[in-house]
Design a protein around this ligand. Structure first.
Ligand code: 2BA
Length: 108
């Protein structure tokens, strides 16, 4: 059994969750935030059989899209210790960040 952790963009959440649940994958959604852009994103947890990992990855690839985002320059009031660039930094986000871990599942 594997635990798949998917970090995805909020815009892709609805379509991906629908596609995964239609294929009867159990999942948990967690509201999360990227450490670099500090934007809200979504983390999905799925425990699946080993042979289902490729299917989850393929569905994710179909529904999660790469987007260009900008890390804005220094705001008027920045929290101390936070990194802000002097000019906007362009970054490519996604489609999805995927972690696959060995796992086991118990229902108690
Ligand atoms: P963020 O941390 O907000 O990162 C957004 C995008 O900014 C990243 O896209 C990447 O293109 C860029 N980026 C991140 N850290 C950077 C840095 N130190 N310097 C320059 N550019 C940087 P993705 O790689 O597609 O990541 C999308 C989101 O996935 C991340 O949002 C974060 O929430 C998660 N993520 C990515 N890599 C991760 C990792 N190794 N461990 C845990 N979460 C990760």
């Amino acid at each position: 059994m594997k635990l798949i952790i998917l970090v995805i963009q909020r815009q892709d959440e609805q379509a991906l969750v629908r596609a995964l649940t239609e294929q009867r994958f159990g999942l948990t959604r967690i509201s999360s935030q990227g450490g670099f852009l500090r934007e809200g994103n979504t983390t999905l947890l799925l425990a699946v059989e080993d042979h289902q990992v490729d299917e989850v990855v393929n569905v994710t690839r179909r529904h999660c899209h790469t987007r260009t985002k900008f890390l804005a320059p220094l705001p008027p009031v920045a929290e101390s210790g936070e990194f802000y660039p002097v000019t906007p930094i362009e970054v490519q986000v996604g489609g999805a960040t995927v972690f696959v871990l060995d796992g086991s599942q118990m229902r108690l």
